[in-house]
Design a protein around this ligand. Structure first.
Ligand SMILES: *Cc1c(COP(=O)(O)O)cnc(C)c1O
Length: 433
């Protein structure tokens, strides 16, 4: 029997994995969660010790996709999706950095995007139809989605981005591929891009002619694959080291929610640290118990500039026992830009390690927590390669950063994009080809 998914706003609304993935967001605005969370024994977790990230992904995700994605297919999907290194770099003392940025766009979002693209490709082949993926981006998502879907059969990607408002490196990541990836430069801002995508989803005429979906970050198929690196990290520790602490740099809380889901499945975890920049809605919730979304503030760790974290509903739903149980498992901390730069300097001076500003926020969170828990074995989740944010990192550390090969290669390729007016008619015409 296939597992059912319910909406966080309506427990009676139930769909299978395929429907939940194609819809992304539930029709009532809620987020999909599995009706039952499998719980594995210690024997199971220990059996992962000899496995690759691809194999670990297969074992962890299989219960969630049963009946929709055949095992053999899932095995191919997970081994293709997680085929890059996940190094663990010791920082001295009891902390290490879990480097999640060795995929094609040098950020941890590759885990989710690569898995989602292959799942959608499988669903498209079952229907024998091409599936169009629309993604509005302010920078990072476009690259992860474009690289994730590039040359994936049955998929056609349209990245909408605001003209003149994304960094040159970010723009290269989705404008140099060609093939099934089209980059649409919109004469407007990010909100305009998002509005165009929303209009496309509500246009009945368009829906009757082509099959469209989004690669939104709240998609359940972007969440599940993020459990893989928590489990992988644990398999790399010796048994005597005990359950680790994970320090997570948070924005929309997808990364943290995936860790909590893995823990609910039985993965040994001592504690989670949720670290944010000045956009501190979640640490405030942990402290006071009330959730007060607000407009986001710009910071140097801009991938975390989120004022209304979209995975909040899902995370809370994973703690049915209530607020105290969240507090006992997750500690929240917030840091301003000055403190973030200080943390980058502390890491660099202490060990020579160059971290990006997002990772540094999590490191600062761990330092705060370790004042009361000095012995705990801890992993700081490294979410982006420092070269992706070289302007900030070079200024903070006074050191120059070498571009990794993948980025160098991209910088030399030609940009291909289509300029469109900020007008739904132009978009629709393009989509209908
Ligand atoms: C998206 C992102 C984050 C935040 O992750 P969430 O899952 O949204 O909490 C942190 N760091 C980097 C580099 C990111 O791109």
């Amino acid at each position: 029997m296939a597992l059912k998914y319910y909406s966080t706003r309506d427990k009676t609304l139930k769909h299978d994995f395929g429907q939940a993935v194609v819809q992304g967001l539930a029709p009532d605005g809620g987020l999909y969660l599995p009706e039952a969370i499998p719980r594995f024994s210690m024997d199971f977790w220990n059996s992962l010790r000899s496995k690759t990230p691809g194999e670990i992904g297969f074992e962890l995700i299989r219960p969630y996709t049963k009946g929709v994605v055949p095992d053999e297919k899932l095995h191919t999907i997970t081994s293709e999706s997680f085929d890059f290194a996940i190094p663990i770099v010791p920082l001295g003392g009891s902390a290490s950095i879990l480097e999640l940025f060795h995929g094609p766009t040098l950020a941890f979002k590759d885990f989710g995007a690569r898995f989602l693209s292959r799942v959608l490709s499988h669903l498209a082949s079952k229907e024998n139809r091409e599936i169009h993926i629309l993604a509005a981006t302010s920078g990072d998502t476009g690259g992860a989605v474009a690289q994730g879907f590039y040359q994936v059969p049955g998929t056609r990607v349209w990245v909408l981005y605001p003209k003149g408002k994304v960094s040159p490196i970010q723009e290269r990541q989705f404008t140099t591929l060609g093939g099934n990836i089209s980059a649409l430069e919109v004469d407007g801002n990010f909100d305009d891009c998002q509005k165009l995508v929303k209009q496309a989803f509500s246009d009945k005429d368009l829906a009757s002619k082509i099959w469209i979906t989004s690669a939104n970050s709240i998609n359940i198929a972007r969440l599940l694959p993020q459990m893989v690196y928590y489990a992988w990290a644990w398999t790399q520790l010796a048994e005597v080291e005990g359950p680790p602490v994970f320090a997570v740099p948070c924005g929309n809380l997808g990364n943290l929610t995936a860790g909590v889901l893995a823990w609910r499945m039985g993965l040994p975890v001592k504690h989670f640290i949720a670290a944010t920049n000045r956009n501190d809605v979640f640490p405030e919730y942990l402290l006071k118990g009330n959730f007060t979304p607000r407009a986001s503030i710009s910071t140097i760790s801009n991938a975390m500039d989120v004022g209304n974290p979209s995975n909040f509903e899902r995370l809370v739903a994973l703690f049915p026992e209530g607020h105290q149980s969240i507090q006992s498992m997750i500690s929240g901390y917030r840091f301003d830009d000055f403190q973030t730069i200080q943390a980058m300097k502390v890491i660099h001076h202490g060990t020579g390690y160059v971290s990006d500003q997002h990772t540094a926020v999590a490191f600062a969170g761990l330092q705060s927590w370790q004042q009361a828990h000095p012995e705990s074995k801890a992993m700081v989740l490294g979410t982006a390669h420092p070269a992706k944010f070289s302007e900030v990192v070079e200024k903070a550390l006074g050191a120059s950063i070498e571009l990794p090969g993948a980025l160098k290669e991209m910088a030399s390729k030609d940009k291909k994009n289509i300029s469109i007016e900020n007008d739904f008619g132009s978009l629709k015409q393009l989509l209908l080809g």
